[in-house]
Design a protein around this ligand. Structure first.
Ligand code: BMA
Length: 384
């Protein structure tokens, strides 16, 4: 009898400590664990700007290209905060930030998962996140000065390639960028459900860093500067949040990485929760297949070694020229890797990447969507 009481007491305290442990899990940890559980069942469909517009409509409340094709919302919805840093009311794609906040909260409420990206303007020049034209203009100005024998004046020109340097501590735009971080944090802090609990989300800043199209790109800062930028941003945001941010590090499709090269800009195990890959088919199908196969193999290995999740954080084939692309080209690629979701970019009148009844790929995608391992909102609602 006594023995039984001792045993029961032990069991009781064990149960209490397990439930206490569960209670102390942060919203970010809970989301990470949920993503891992979901991944065991398959992969989710994600879509950028899903509730705002589709191939043939815009701004109508309650619509979704995904839902209208497959009968369900995406598991993951993506939103972009480009423009929040300068106090704009609408983002870079004209979506009002208030509406973004509402849709984030609504998707969270229905059991969906949120991912947020950020295409901040250029803090040094005031231009966009895309830097190639700034560099061209700068080079043309240097050349023009040279032609008129005034090359000594070139140092008066602002070199776009010093953007990252300019916002790090000691840089001439440091304070300005701190204000930008303050503004984005304010928006993120206000992502709360009706009970006032923080909405967990995946945040994916400074993506495609191995390309040279964004001001934080490969040739636009050193590895060290990239890390400083990442850390400064992450520390600033985390300090103001309630442990509800899952951090995604997402380089672009490269195809010929070595592990050492890939790791150079990796912010570190304590700073990344999810390893992403952004991969569009811009060139030939053969190159896309080879490149994605190689990259997914590499990030699968890295993620396993470092205990991270993986996802295709942006993808697609612009304007779906090929009716069977999803199942013939894309599906076999992702079936080889333990991704938890993939997210085609936005559908709007001029350009689309995601599934839609108005896309040439409609039937192909719809058939694919019926597979058991292809998950939409209803499939993940029960996975908590
Ligand atoms: C690009 C295009 C642009 C858009 C940007 C940010 O790929 O879709 O039209 O402004 O993403 O969403």
């Amino acid at each position: 009898m006594k023995k039984n009481i001792v045993l029961l007491t032990i069991l009781f305290f064990q149960a209490v400590s397990i439930s206490m442990l569960a209670a102390t899990k942060t919203p970010a940890q809970q989301l990470i664990e949920r993503l891992a559980k979901i991944q065991k069942q398959g992969y989710m469909y994600g879509h950028q700007d899903d509730p705002f517009y589709g191939i043939t409509w815009d701004w109508e409340q309650g619509r979704s290209d995904t839902k209208e094709l497959v009968g369900d919302y995406p598991g993951v919805m993506g939103f972009d905060l480009g423009g929040i840093e300068v106090g704009d009311k609408k983002n870079l794609d004209s979506v009002p930030f208030n509406r973004i906040r509402e849709e984030i909260i609504a998707h969270h409420k229905r059991g969906g998962i949120i991912t947020i990206s950020w295409h901040p303007r250029n803090p040094l020049l005031g231009t966009t996140a895309w830097i190639e034209n700034d560099i061209k203009a700068y080079e043309a100005a240097v050349e023009a000065l040279d032609k008129v024998g005034q090359s000594a004046m070139a140092h008066h020109l602002v070199d776009p390639r010093t953007t990252v340097e300019s916002i790090l501590p000691g840089g001439c735009k440091y304070e300005k960028f701190q204000l930008w971080l303050y503004r984005i944090s304010e928006f993120l802090q206000n992502l709360k459900d009706e009970k006032g609990n923080p909405v967990p989300f995946i945040f994916r800043p400074y993506h495609e860093n191995n390309g040279n199209w964004f001001w934080w790109g490969q040739k636009l800062c050193t590895d060290e500067q990239y890390h400083q930028l990442w850390n400064m941003t992450q520390d600033f945001i985390n300090e103001r949040m309630n442990d509800n941010v899952v951090w995604s590090f997402s380089p672009n499709l490269q195809g010929n990485w070595t592990e050492t090269e890939w790791m150079k800009r990796y912010p570190g195990d304590n700073r990344v929760d999810l390893i992403g890959e952004d991969a569009y088919q811009w060139g030939t199908e053969k190159d896309f297949i080879q490149g994605v196969t190689a990259d997914l193999k590499l990030i699968t290995k890295i993620a396993a070694e470092h205990g991270k999740l993986i996802a295709m954080t942006e993808c697609g084939y612009q304007n779906s020229p090929d009716a069977t692309w999803w199942t013939r080209v894309f599906m076999p690629l992702i079936d080889q890797a333990p991704i938890c979701y993939f997210l085609p970019w936005r559908n709007y009148k001029k350009e689309h990447f995601g599934a839609s009844k108005d896309a040439k790929t409609a039937n192909d995608f719809k058939q694919w969507s019926q597979k058991k391992n292809f998950l939409f909102l209803k499939d993940i609602q029960r996975i908590k």
